[in-house]
Design a protein around this ligand. Sequence first.
Ligand code: SF4
Length: 474
Amino acid sequence: MQDSSIRHHCGLFGIWGHDEAVPLTHLGLYAQQHRGQESAGIVSTNGEYLLRHAGLGLVNEVFDRKSLEQIRGRVAIGHCRYSTTGACTESNTQPLLFSFASGQVAIAHNGNLINAALLRRNYEEVGHIFQTTSDTEVIIHLLAKPTHRDKDQPLNHVLNHLQGAYSLLLLFPDRMVAVRDPLGFRPLCLGTTECGATVVASETKAFDMIGAKYVREIEPGEIVTITDEGVVSRRFGGDTGGRGAACIFEQIYFADPASLVFGENVHLVRVAMGRRLVKEAPVDADLVVPIPNCGQCAAGGYAQESKIPYGRAFTTSYYTGRSFIMPTQADRDLAVKMKLTVIKEAVAGKRLIVVEDSVVRGTTTRGKIGALRDAGAKEIHLRVASPPIRHACYFGIDFPNPKELIANTRSVDEIRDFLGVDSLHYISHEGMLSCVKMAREKYCTACFSGDYPMDVKEPVEKFALERGQLRMFT
Ligand code: SF4
């Protein structure tokens, strides 16, 4: 899927106890840039107060040597964002930084709170003034509430008010706190550096980038507090009855193939999905080709299992900018055309198996299939390493409106005809789950199955907080 119909969400990075904490956080965000390209920010502390630098743009556009120097400290948290609730504005860039009666706090969030609008309305009705339109800010209002501050464990109490997906990093002048929601929608990992600093990141690729060692995942429903005295873990959220909601789309599309996510390597999961596709839908052909870049791992798996040679059908240009900011489908199609060029001589007269990670609207895939036909491909058999996407995501992934999802309105045969391929097969739901290692009840697969891991009474539309649509939650 090259058309950015599904947009990435956010990446978190934090480090405690390192002289180069801020430059390393910069690198940690750089390694996770694929998780969010709209804005980036770092908050550091010298042990007395918090310092922040953040802005709109890519990590290398937001920071330079001087800005990193100005927030120097031995502790830092960072965030790169794609907005899933709240617009892409300066005020919504994270980490958000606030002062309240207990002192300063910074917060970075990956996920989506499905009850944020309701919580916010309750606070606004009693006079609270919000500085952002991000769902994340309600967490700080909950934390600042006097009756919550007085609790034995204020953060536990606050987290029990939240519904939805949240991996969080909070920074106070004297401690860093990492949290994963009780169902564990989004990944969050703990690591350590050679000099004994503690690191936290959404993906282990960030650890590799700074030479840190992976220690373990932060568990669903776990709060990890990191101070100069060490790392302390505690639980919150009660018993989920064995249910989890690790987003399986992290494995299919979002996470970097180099990362460990939910305890296993993303590349190997995708290779297994490619192998599974052969078992489910074998076909004789001359060449297995991926749609770059996302279909590469699964295409490799398909080629290994089928013993059909793996090849390239497209070249990729990295210098054409980001297609998702283009406003219309025509603009996005043109951007994809500029990014991908068919290698005519590699495909002319060949029977191709084309492997794609997912099909969303279908329009961009159709364009790529059309380009292969124009180049003289004799047969095209499309194999998709995820089941048909039929439902909305309320947990931090910005899918198009369900009506725009091609599998929501068309059968697989109709999609085959729309895409112009000779055969089409999506991996089965069972097949997908057979390629990951946790038990099936530990994953969210709602965008495929419609089986949501929690009751979603009133989904929060992305710009609801801007448009004053809170009335609909009464
Ligand atoms: S609905 Fe789909 S994209 Fe959203 S959290 Fe669940 S598996 Fe992930």
